[in-house]
Design a protein around this ligand. Structure first.
Ligand SMILES: NC(=O)c1ccc[n+]([C@@H]2O[C@H](COP(=O)([O-])OP(=O)(O)OC[C@H]3O[C@@H](n4cnc5c(N)ncnc54)[C@H](O)[C@@H]3O)[C@@H](O)[C@H]2O)c1
Ligand SMILES: O=c1ccn([C@@H]2O[C@H](COP(=O)(O)OP(=O)(O)O[C@H]3O[C@H](CO)[C@@H](O)[C@H](O)[C@H]3O)[C@@H](O)[C@H]2O)c(=O)[nH]1
Length: 454
């Protein structure tokens, strides 16, 4: 089939590449000429495991093309995917300008049947707005008789596992109100559901809400566990044991129960805000979700609170190693990353920061700008040299089994503040490290170089 993907970001590029991999002929369109030029040269604008191979192979075999020309894009595909950004507006509601611009462009340039598929995460009612934009643009050209359908097909991929998630989805949500569109969507997704039927067809509004409800539920689990971790710590319990205990209940399940230093990324924070805004707009406040957001805002400060408890409020003259800048491992994305809060707060308290991340240092540099006292280390161990403590923010694999003995000697004070519970407390004790995990009893270094703050 011939597909056009409007928007070549995390979702658009993965969608385009994976559909091309299934034999479709795909044209990816983006407004950003730099991004399109790099893709044409075989360079990827983002880091996503496994994506480069698929992009290069399908481009080389002539099934995946890139352009900045929206007119060419609209003429190309019978199926037009909208995969542009829906960032939060000032009031927290999703900013729909990119989606509506894409819809208008489709209406302006189409001359035969198009199936318009909304893959961006959009508030309920957006498909109706897209339909209206296209109809208006067609009417302005005197072409109101040209047929088209609009369907909702929200995307559930996770960054860092995007190709795997797209290729092996748990379910494929399609909100569709007409038979022709449903038939085309079934045919397109047939290769992804050979084992079992994963297609869940529903009405368009329900599909739009399904996406927000899924992210809101996952964010709720995380905030719940983060609060349980803080409570466990106060009560002398161990959240890691509690996590295993509750995760083994089939009704709860083990996934997305990991306490951490707050959820980040381009989705949970913005989608929680957008859903709260939609709900407020129809007079149906979401009390649970309001609390989820508040808890997450607080959680992003938990690591620096620990630093302050341990070293005092004035951190001038001190130096901290920060491991992990991406909002999660296996991505270079730093949007809404807890690391940004940690680094800015440390700098504001006068500390010097030596940060390391396997993939996200360039993006972090762009996001943080020139921050006094911030430098980047070429390796995890280099960040520790001369630092007063290590703060672990993102659980990259390379941080999981460091040389603990060397860590204890390289750090000026052998203190580790861990926002992801990566290490075995007994091992830290054994290596003479003072260890502060989340929701677990802290470990005093042996021999303790400094007494633990109360
Ligand atoms: N990133 C994720 O993990 C993820 C997962 C599922 C759903 N989503 C949703 O998918 C949508 C896209 O997210 P993303 O992370 O891929 O965004 P992104 O910012 O990485 O990419 C969006 C791209 O769209 C381009 N664009 C904007 N307006 C355009 C236009 N009119 N024509 C052509 N190109 C245009 C931008 O230049 C940009 O390259 C959002 O609604 C997001 O919530 C994201
Ligand atoms: O047990 C957990 C799981 C995740 N996180 C944090 O939650 C955030 C989001 O992680 P994750 O969901 O793995 O990555 P995203 O790429 O943001 O994916 C989410 O957002 C996407 C965009 O809407 C959806 O498509 C995905 O289904 C949804 O998982 C990150 O900061 C993680 O560190 C935790 O703190 N604890």
């Amino acid at each position: 089939m011939k597909l056009t993907i409007v928007g070549t970001g995390y979702v658009g590029l993965v969608t385009g590449a994976c559909f091309a991999e299934m034999g479709n002929d795909v044209l990816c369109v983006d407004l950003d000429p730099g991004k399109i030029e790099r893709l044409r040269q075989g360079e990827l604008p983002i880091f996503e495991p496994g994506l480069k191979e698929i992009v290069l192979r399908n481009a080389a075999e002539g099934r995946l093309h890139f352009t900045t020309d929206i007119q060419e894009g609209v003429r190309f595909g019978t199926m037009q995917f909208i995969a542009v950004g829906t960032p939060p507006g000032e009031d927290g509601s999703a900013d729909m300008q990119h989606v509506l611009t894409a819809a208008r462009a489709i209406g302006r340039h189409m001359s035969d049947y198009k199936l318009v598929i909304d893959k961006s995460t959009v508030p309920v009612g957006t498909a109706d707005a897209v339909q209206a934009e296209i109809a208006k643009a067609l009417a302005e050209r005197g072409m109101s008789k040209v047929p088209f359908s609009v369907v909702s097909n929200p995307e559930f991929l996770k960054e860092g596992a995007a190709v795997e998630d797209f290729m092996r989805p748990d379910r494929i949500i399609v909100g569709v109100d007409d038979d022709r569109a449903a038939l085309l969507m079934r045919a397109l997704y047939a290769p992804f559901q050979r084992q079992r039927d994963k297609l869940v067809l529903m009405d368009v509004r329900s599909a739009e809400l399904t996406k927000y409800a899924a992210n809101a539920m996952l964010a709720t689990r995380i905030s719940f566990m983060n609060e349980m971790a803080l409570l466990a710590e106060k009560l002398g319990a161990d959240i890691e044991q509690v996590r295993r205990g509750i995760g083994s209940d089939a009704r709860i399940g083990p996934q997305f129960l990991y306490p951490g230093c707050g959820y980040g990324g381009s989705c949970f924070p913005k989608d929680v805000k957008a859903l709260l805004s939609s709900a407020a707009g129809v007079g149906e406040p979401l009390h649970v979700l309001q609390a989820v957001e508040r808890a997450n805002d607080r959680q992003k400060h938990v690591l620096v609170d620990r630093v302050v408890n341990r070293f005092g409020a004035d951190l001038s003259g001190m130096r901290f190693a920060v491991w992990g800048l991406a909002f999660k491992p296996e991505t270079d994305d730093v949007r809404e990353a807890p690391s940004l809060v940690v680094v800015r707060e440390l700098a504001a308290r006068g500390a010097r920061i030596v940060a390391h991340d396997p993939e996200a240092m360039d993006r972090a540099r762009e996001a943080l700008g020139e921050l006094p006292g911030l430098e980047y280390a070429p390796s995890p161990m280099a960040a520790l040299e001369g630092s007063d403590a290590l703060i672990v923010v993102t659980e990259w694999k390379v941080y999981r089994v460091p040389d603990f003995t060397r860590m204890a000697t390289v750090l000026r004070q052998p203190v580790v503040i861990d926002g992801r519970n990566l290490y075995e407390p007994a091992m830290m004790r054994e290596c003479g490290l003072e260890y502060h995990p989340l929701g677990r009893p802290a470990v005093a270094g042996a021999p303790a170089p400094l007494a633990l703050a109360a």
